[in-house]
Design a protein around this ligand. Structure first.
Ligand code: MN3
Length: 208
């Protein structure tokens, strides 16, 4: 059985970038819903239920067709949100956290530096029509920026056009910002950088 991970900080810890009401509903209702629906889809399928969520969404073609869409949407939702909580931190807003060492070098080398990277990431986030995610991934040792629709992610071989190992992801579903920002997705994207946990992203880059 998959479980909803605890948030590593309180609901109000990311204010003012992300308000407490958004965090409480986003984690406790939306993410919890993906976990519950994933477990429901896998009921009675012990072999699949024993896999990690990464293994499940990375090989959707091995999932029986009758539950494939449910696993794609809810397994994707579970993986994406688990990553999202992890790569944010209230300490970032105090320290002005920034990418360091090897990750910084790779951003310079592959993405034209931090300023250009943030511009391209914002374009990916703003250019995703409707619901989806913007991503920073490692693919063949190189960093890439892109986006996916709905709860798809770059692990979904054979499904997603944008592939790689995600190390940073931004939820651009309206449920991620509408309470606080209403229609202003751009403002949400801009403020979100203030709570990005670059130390954690750096760890994920080193492990990718
Ligand atoms: Mn969400």
């Amino acid at each position: 059985m998959f479980e909803l991970p605890n948030l590593p900080y309180s609901f109000d810890a990311l204010e003012p970038a992300i308000d407490a009401a958004t965090m409480e509903i986003h984690h406790g209702k939306h993410h919890a819903g993906y976990v519950n629906n994933l477990n429901a889809a896998l009921e009675g399928k012990e072999e699949l239920a024993a896999k990690s969520v990464e293994e499940l969404v990375g090989d959707l073609n091995s999932v029986p067709e009758e539950i494939r869409t449910a696993v794609r949407n809810n397994g994707g939702g579970h993986f994406n949100h688990s990553l999202f909580w992890e790569i944010m931190s209230p300490s970032a807003k105090a320290t002005g956290d920034a990418p360091a060492e090897k990750l910084k070098e790779a951003i310079d080398r592959d993405l034209g530096g931090l300023v250009k990277f943030k511009e391209d990431f914002a374009k990916a986030a703003m250019g995703r029509f409707g619901s989806g995610w913007a991503w920073l991934v490692v693919d063949g040792g190189k960093l890439k920026v892109g986006s996916t629709p709905n709860q798809d992610n770059p692990l979904m071989k054979g499904v997603s056009e944008f592939l790689g190992t995600p190390i940073l992801g931004l939820d651009v579903w309206e449920h991620a910002y509408y309470i606080q920002y209403k229609w202003e997705r751009a403002k949400y994207v801009e403020n979100w950088w203030k709570v990005v946990n670059w130390a954690k992203v750096g760890e994920k880059f080193a492990a990718a």
